[in-house]
Design a protein around this ligand. Sequence first.
Ligand code: 5GP
Ligand code: MN
Length: 339
Amino acid sequence: MGDLSEKIEQLRELLVGGGVKRAVIIPHISPDGDAIGSCGALSLMMDKLGIHNQIIICDHVPDYLQFLPKAKSVISNRTEPELCESYMMAADALFMMDHNNPDREGELQPLTEAFMGKKVMIDHHLEPSPVDITISDSGSPATCMLLFQVIKSIWGKEAITPDMANALYAGISTDTGNFNHAASDPELYRTVADLLEQGLNRDYVYSNIYQVASLDKLKLTGSVILNDLRIHPDYPVAIIPITLQELEQYNYKEGDLEGVVNIPLSIAAVKVSVMITERKDKVKLSMRSKGDIPVNLWCEKYFNGGGHKNASGGKMEIPFAEVVELVYGTVEEFFEGIR
Ligand code: 5GP
Ligand code: MN
């Protein structure tokens, strides 16, 4: 935490010294539990400090995350662009949560790049693009865990309220696949213990994330595993191409494919899982890997994306069939490149 302690001290000075009266907090596009959890917890902390703050987002908070603290008061640039802009104009600090680059902020990117106040990043992705205060730890399993450490070192863990604990735990749980990957750091469990002591309602968070599926979601999962999943003949790669038509057949709602890309990793012979999803305006890729296979490199090189070593993604604006072909066509080069 050497370099990190210095950055955290800078953040303390910024927030405690009265330098920030109004802040905006921004998650990444297509936000997940870690993005909304970290934004919500930070927003609650700022409320305690008397700092006026607003979470703004380029798209929207998916239904399955609406139970999280502050989720319902998030303002979207899709529906209220003028309001978003006025919050940005009035703010003296901007917080980028759970992303390493403004290019993960969709249509908000031009606004944040033109922003004149202080920029703070709290994130755990590789290769952050530096801002005024870059609090980045790619070794951390979740931004929510990093944020917990930040709050603890500035204000002490006693500052964490039960709502903040719920938000932070949601991010930690979702980013580790409920403690199944990137989950070997003892500090992770100390953090959870601290959150429980601060009033975390683990059962509430668990049931709101993992026990709220629709029948359509389950049927879609069954259908893609039965009908779409293929194993590459020469490489330990599972590929799941999912068409828009299939999504519509099961009344797809955002979040309905959450976790599906992990399922093929349960096969002994599979080391990498690639899910390719056709959307109206683009094709989305999700990759997961076991052990030392850096799928972020594959996503960066061919699929306009990136992420973590074992969990990455990308997006393409070419026809679906061509993306599927590109995955097959680049498998060999990817595996040769990492040997
Ligand atoms: P998911 O597969 O859950 O959509 O994304 C897994 C991880 O990959 C995310 O946490 C994020 O770090 C990264 N990721 C997903 N999509 C993109 C993308 O389009 N661009 C970049 N740079 N990273 C992505
Ligand atoms: Mn994250």
